[in-house]
Design a protein. Structure first.
Length: 497
């Protein structure tokens, strides 16, 4: 790699390191608006205990001879924990999740056409998720499952989606790191809280995750490992297209892929060909669902009800005592008060300009974006208690451990926040000590960092909360794993001297 490219990579790593250093520092000392809300000394104690337990587990793991069998048994126990948690914490689908679920279910049962639902006129971006549900429910119907099973079946698929994501994360880590270490890291990864706490909520955050991480795996195989089989590039983009259909923010990976290709390839023609092929394959995967917005929705009703992009940007600039740039009911009511999309857009832009002006007037624009960065990236619970609290199907005392009062949930919040801070620290160290990584590992770190930076930038602009990071969590964990290798190699280099 030439000096110019190396310098650009190092600059990008430094910028991302600074951002994560800010998140970690503020997470420890200025976390009042975070759902976790853990004091520094408790957090420090939690990090020490979590780190010590991980070290003891690693020492135990090293002594086991048949590591593959141990891994299989461990994974089976993890799957049982996921299923048990799902049973205990199952919720009746509500909010957007419930509306899309019910619309898809009614469509399959023949009681109502899915796209006749008012919701899809307001939020056509969720048509893809509705179609995904519908395909699953049609499969259940063919297999002669009755409608009461649909929710349980969907949750089982959600668990599989999470576990497939873990599997592909393992495959990526194994490709760049020692197999035994990668097994250990994945076993630790299994107890990162969202991989359990979001099992009872089969929404776009978790259902898009396996498509995103598998897309990255095949992209890496083609462009970094140089296994230039056509199936790798095709699978990468088709899977990304499906992931973007389920959750639009997955499109960030497409931009990251294009940046990586342009940056890493020398020949201009080769860059152009790759970019055109990738964009074409993505469009033919994604466009048919987008087309349904225009084919099956009535244009006059769509023009009247559709929420413009500016609505989410407007919400992303709101701040109150609870959230920074998160969902705000009053903003929704404000946008809905206007009777066509063009007028909604115009009024949203007025509010956006006013809010930006107010932040500038108070010399607080940078301060606002820093607070939003911390609000979105600082929550180790990933907003799970708030979603598990809504309309539970069963009421057990154990649920207070996660959805109860601040006092009742302290153990869960401390555990979730401690492991998340450790992940962020390891991610930061992978950026700081990247020179101790091999060239292929640095390339993996680079593409993962482009994606992470894209996610940071997107959710600084957009309405956001920590839950929206779940589908890129495996990518963050990959970078954290590289942090362990970077530290290990740094220590080894000092011993050689």
């Amino acid at each position: 790699m030439n000096k110019v490219k190396n310098t650009i990579m190092n600059i990008s790593f430094i910028i991302l390191f600074i951002l994560f250093a800010i998140i970690i520092f503020c997470n420890c000392f200025y976390n009042k608006k975070l759902p976790s809300n853990i004091t520094f000394f408790r957090l420090l104690l939690g990090i020490i205990i979590y780190g010590a337990l991980s070290f003891l587990f690693y020492m135990l793991y090293k002594k086991i001879k048949n590591k593959k069998m141990f891994f299989i048994i461990f994974f089976c126990i993890f799957f049982i924990i996921q299923c048990t948690f799902t049973y205990l914490f199952m919720v009746i689908p509500s909010w957007d999740y419930g509306i899309v679920f019910d619309a898809a279910k009614e469509s399959v049962l023949g009681t109502k056409a899915m796209l006749s639902n008012w919701y899809f006129y307001m939020y056509p971006n969720n048509i893809g998720l509705g179609i995904f549900y519908k395909v699953i429910f049609l499969l259940f119907k063919i297999l002669r499952f009755t409608s009461p099973f649909y929710l349980s079946g969907l949750l089982l698929i959600n668990i599989l989606a999470i576990d497939i994501s873990i599997f592909y994360t393992y495959k990526i880590i194994k490709t760049f790191i020692d197999k035994d270490i990668s097994m250990f890291l994945i076993m630790c990864m299994m107890f990162i809280t969202p991989f359990i706490t979001y099992c009872p909520i089969a929404y776009s955050d978790t259902l898009s995750m396996p498509f995103i991480i598998s897309s990255l795996y095949y992209f890496i195989m083609y462009f970094i490992i140089k296994d230039q089989s056509k199936k790798n590039i095709i699978l990468s983009i088709v899977l990304l297209g499906i992931g973007s259909i389920i959750k639009f923010s997955a499109c960030i990976l497409l931009v990251a892929y294009i940046i990586y290709i342009i940056f890493m390839n020398k020949a201009l023609l080769k860059k152009l060909i790759y970019v055109l092929i990738i964009c074409f394959m993505f469009l033919i995967t994604y466009f048919p669902v987008k087309l349904s917005e225009y084919m099956y929705l009535k244009p006059d009703v769509l023009k009247q009800k559709k929420m413009p992009i500016t609505h989410w940007i407007m919400m992303g600039l709101h701040e109150d005592r609870i959230s920074v740039g998160g969902y705000y009911e009053e903003d929704v009511s404000y946008t809905l008060s206007f009777n066509n999309t063009d007028l909604k857009r115009e009024k949203n832009i007025e509010v956006i300009r006013q809010r930006l002006h107010n932040y500038r007037l108070n010399n607080d624009l940078i301060g606002f974006y820093l607070r939003k960065l911390i609000y979105v990236w600082g929550d180790g619970t990933f907003y799970a208690p708030n979603k598990l609290w809504l309309m539970p199907k069963r009421d057990y005392q154990i649920k207070n451990f996660i959805t109860g009062s601040m006092y009742q949930t302290i153990t869960f919040r401390l555990f979730a926040q401690s492991e998340w801070i450790i992940i962020l620290i390891l991610f930061s160290l992978s950026l700081l000590f990247n020179k101790y990584l091999k060239e292929e590992q640095r390339k993996l770190l680079f593409i993962s960092s482009i994606i992470t930076f894209g996610v940071i930038l997107f959710f600084l602009i957009w309405e956001a909360r920590s839950r929206y990071l779940i589908n890129v969590l495996p990518i963050i964990i990959i970078n954290a794993s590289l942090g362990i290798i970077a530290i290990k190699n740094k220590i080894a280099s000092k011993k050689v001297r």
